[in-house]
Write a protein that binds this ligand. Structure first.
Ligand code: NAD
Length: 248
């Protein structure tokens, strides 16, 4: 990734932080994007990268906001001269049965996860067309490949991300832009630790390895998809899930 620059959203912690750190360790300059309310975590991610000799800085943005996505891409180009990769990773969830989910809860999950990914891709692709290509990796989920009890809005948003990934891939392949998704299983982040132990067990059950993943295990896949090593790979939704979608 030497000489390349890009962005990771939702990089104040969890999977996004691990991805930013991994991409920077491979030589990329990284803009660590997250909400203003998560600034402390975002600054921490960027500082960790700089302390290890890498190039990184925090940029506050709400992925559900169109102008924030415009500003984020412009910032990467202004600071590092190019946008070679983008990892659209910010996401939220609501754990409720479908009929108990409020319309505004559904709207919020869709706004961040699906609209946020769409808006990110829209402006990243416009920049990559000017720059001669690039690689986009979206964070979908196991819930982008199958239903997950108590996660209707989330599941709908993550299936939508797989759709956007496929469309982005086929529409811009000839311009040198690759678009892929990772579909993590249960990964030990605040998203997981914030739910009850009983619910954690329920989510872990389908994972053949019977353990939660480490964010670094997702980051390895994201870094590969961002890199030229994946030059013939586009339009995939790659499970990183300990065998979860393989069956149980
Ligand atoms: P996390 O809560 O640690 O990280 C999510 C980050 O996104 C946070 O830093 C949060 O501040 C940020 N964020 C939320 N709303 C945002 C917005 N509107 N704009 C910008 N940033 C925003 O959780 P995580 O587990 O690291 O999740 C990262 C991604 O991985 C999410 O898309 C999540 O759906 C997905 N995922 C997680 C798991 C898991 O088990 N942890 C499994 C599959 C998919």
């Amino acid at each position: 990734m030497h000489g390349k620059a890009g962005l990771v959203t939702g990089a104040a912690g969890g999977i996004g932080r691990a991805c930013a750190i991994r991409l920077a360790a491979e030589g990329a300059a990284v803009v660590v994007a997250d909400l203003e309310s998560a600034r402390d975590g975002g600054e921490e991610t960027a500082a960790e990268i700089r302390d290890a000799g890498g190039r990184a800085e925090f940029f506050a943005c709400d992925v559900a906001n169109e102008q924030d996505n415009v500003a984020l891409v412009a910032h990467v180009v202004e600071r590092f001269g190019t946008l070679d990769f983008a990892h659209n990773n910010a996401g939220i969830g609501v754990h409720k049965l479908l009929a108990d989910t409020e319309a505004d809860e559904f709207d919020r999950v869709i706004a961040v996860n699906l609209r946020g990914t769409f808006l990110g891709m829209k402006y990243q692709i416009r920049q990559m067309l000017r720059g001669g290509g690039g690689s986009i990796v979206n964070t979908s989920s196991n819930a982008g490949l199958r239903g997950v009890r108590l996660l209707s809005a989330y599941t709908a948003s993550k299936h939508g991300i797989v759709g956007l990934t496929k469309n982005g891939a086929i529409e811009y392949a000839e311009e040198g832009i690759r678009v892929n998704a990772v579909c993590p299983g249960a990964i030990m982040t605040s998203l997981m630790s914030g739910i009850s132990p009983q619910r954690q067990q329920e989510i872990l059950r389908p994972q053949a390895m019977r353990r939660p993943g480490d964010p670094a295990e997702v980051a390895a896949a994201v870094a590969w998809l961002c890199s030229d090593d994946a030059s013939f790979v586009t339009g995939i939704a790659m499970p990183v899930d300990a065998g979860s979608v393989a069956g149980w």
